[in-house]
Ligand binder design. Structure first.
Ligand code: HAM
Length: 418
C-alpha cells in the first residue's frame, strides 16, 4: 500500500469544514482591512530563497525541497511566502502603481523538518505583507490584523511577544560584540555554529542545542545596541499597542529564523499548543525589496500556520462545524426514483442541502442513514405519491409525517426552521 510521504497529511472530509470556515473568515477579515489576495507559484528559483531568506538559516541550509529540472534550473518548493511575494511585488511593479500595497495570501509551504505535533513537512500558511510605510503605524496595523483575527475567531490564551532587532547600523555593532563574546567559546560550539560565526553570527542565537543556549544566556543582547531612532520606533509601536488594549510581552531573546528582519519582530503563541506553540511570526523587513533588486521599499508582514490554528481551535466552541444536511430524499419504487432525482434538483435550486438514496435501501435503513447525516427532514416518494402529485414529508426530530403536494413543497420547507 502506498502511503503519504512522512510529514505530510491528508485533510479528510471531517476536517475540511473547519478549514473552509477559517478560510472564509480570513477572506472577509482581510477585506475589512483593505488587503487584496495575491497568489504566487508553488515553486520558485532556489536563488530567491537563498538571497531572500538567507543561506545560513535552517530553512535554506537544511530544510528546502530543491531540485534541478531538465533545463538545469535550480528550483525549490516554497518554504515561506515573503520572498515570493516580494519577488512578485518587484516583478509586477506593484510599488509603481500605489504608494502603499496591502496583500494577503493562503498557501502551502514545504520544509523538511523533523515532524512532530504542529510541525509537518507540508503545511499551510496565511499571512499579509504591507509595503511602503516605514512608520510604526504600519507595524501596529499588521500586528492588530493578525491578533484581532485570532480574537474574532474566539481564540483564548494567546500571547503576543514582541522585540526589536534594530536597523542595519545597530546590527553591525551588535555583530561585532557578539563575535567578541563568542570567540573564546568557539571550541565549545557545534560545527554549524562555528560555520555561522564568520558568515552570520546572529544565526547562532537561533540554536536549538541546549548547551549552546546555556552559553548564550550571558551573551550581549541586541536591545542594548538599538539606535535612538530604532528605540523611538519601538516605543511608538508598543505605546500604540497598549492604547489598543493589545497585551504583549517584550521578549529580548526572541530570534526569528529568517534573515530579512529589521526593527520590529513578533510572534503570537498559544498555550493550547505543545512545544511548537507559535501560531504566527512576522516583522519588518525594510531592506528585502532592495536586496532582491527592487526600489528601496520599507515593508512589514506576518505568516501564520493554519494547521496550528486548527489544533488550537478544533476543541473549542469556535471549532464546531455543522455539516449536517437539511433534506434526505428516498424513493420507494422504480418509477419514484426518477421523481426523487427531479425533486432533489428542485429543492437544491431553492438553496436547501439535499442528499438522495443511491443504494435502493429499505425505508427503515434509509431513515437511519438520514439520521446519520443529521438531516432534519426526510422526503419519501412512493407510487401513491406519484399518482397524487405529492410527497411524504417526515420531520426527523419529532417523527411527525405529512403529505404535501409537490407544488407546495418548497413553500412548506421554507416555513420550517431547517
Ligand atoms: P515563520 O516563523 O518561519 O515565518 O513561519 C510562520 C508560521 O508558520 C509559524 O509561526 C508556524 O505557525 C507556521 N509554521 C512554520 N513551519 C511550520 C511547520 N513545519 N509545520 C507547521 N507550521 C509551520 C515565515 O514564514 C515568515 N515568512 C513570516 C513573515 C511574513 N514575516 C514577514 N512576513
Amino acid at each position: 500500500m502506498i502511503r503519504t510521504v512522512k510529514g505530510t497529511h491528508d485533510i479528510l472530509p471531517d476536517k475540511t469544514g473547519l478549514w473552509q470556515k477559517l478560510e472564509t473568515a480570513l477572506h472577509s477579515f482581510m477585506r475589512k482591512y483593505g488587503y487584496s489576495e495575491i497568489r504566487t507559484p508553488m515553486f520558485e528559483k532556489t536563488e530567491l530563497f537563498k538571497r531572500g531568506v538567507g543561506e545560513e538559516t535552517d530553512i535554506v541550509s537544511k530544510e528546502m525541497y530543491s531540485w534541478v529540472d531538465q533545463s538545469g534550473d535550480n528550483l525549490t518548493l516554497k518554504p515561506e511566502l515573503t520572498a515570493p511575494v516580494v519577488r512578485a511585488f518587484i516583478q509586477n511593479n506593484l510599488g509603481g502603481q500605489a504608494s502603499i500595497s496591502r496583500v494577503y495570501y493562503k498557501d502551502a509551504c514545504f520544509r523538511r523538518e523533523r515532524p512532530q505535533k504542529g510541525r509537518t513537512r507540508q503545511f499551510h500558511q496565511f499571512g499579509a505583507e504591507l509595503f511602503g510605510s516605514p512608520h510604526p503605524e504600519a507595524d501596529v496595523e499588521i500586528i492588530c490584523l493578525v491578533y484581532n483575527f485570532y480574537k474574532e475567531l474566539g481564540l483564548k490564551d494567546i500571547l503576543l511577544k514582541i522585540n526589536s532587532i534594530g536597523s542595519e547600523e545597530c546590527r553591525n555593532n551588535f555583530r561585532k560584540e557578539l563575535r567578541n563574546y563568542l570567540k573564546p567559546l568557539l571550541p565549545k560550539l557545534t560545527e554549524t555554529s562555528q560555520a555561522r560565526f564568520e558568515k552570520n553570527p546572529l544565526r547562532i542565537l537561533d540554536t536549538k542545542v541546549e548547551h549552546e543556549q546555556e552559553l548564550l544566556k550571558t551573551s550581549p543582547k541586541i536591545n542594548d545596541f538599538l539606535t535612538a531612532e530604532d528605540q523611538a520606533h519601538f516605543e511608538s509601536v508598543t505605546s500604540m499597542l497598549t492604547k489598543l488594549d493589545i497585551a504583549f510581552e517584550i521578549d529580548p531573546l526572541m530570534v526569528r529564523g529568517l534573515d530579512y528582519y529589521t526593527r520590529t519582530t513578533f510572534e503570537i503563541t498559544s498555550t493550547a499548543l505543545g512545544a511548537q506553540d507559535a501560531l504566527c511570526g512576522g516583522g519588518r523587513y525594510d531592506k528585502l525589496v532592495e536586496s532582491l533588486g527592487g526600489k528601496p521599499t520599507p515593508a512589514i508582514g506576518f505568516g501564520a500556520g493554519i494547521e496550528r490554528l486548527i489544533l488550537a481551535i478544533e476543541n473549542t466552541e469556535a471549532g464546531k462545524i455543522d455539516d449536517s444536511i437539511q433534506v434526505y430524499i428516498t424513493a420507494l419504487s422504480e418509477k419514484a426514483r426518477t421523481q426523487a432525482q427531479v425533486m432533489a434538483n428542485d429543492v437544491r435550486k431553492n438553496d436547501f442541502t439535499v442528499t438522495i438514496d443511491l443504494l435502493r435501501r429499505s425505508l427503515k435503513s434509509n431513515l437511519r442513514e438520514a439520521n446519520r447525516l443529521g438531516a432534519k427532514i426526510a422526503i419519501i416518494i412512493g407510487d401513491d405519491e406519484l399518482v397524487n402529485h405529492s410527497v411524504q414529508v417526515k420531520d426527523l426530530t419529532t417523527g411527525q409525517q405529512k403529505e404535501i403536494t409537490v407544488n407546495k413543497l418548497i413553500e412548506y420547507l421554507s416555513n420550517l426552521d431547517l
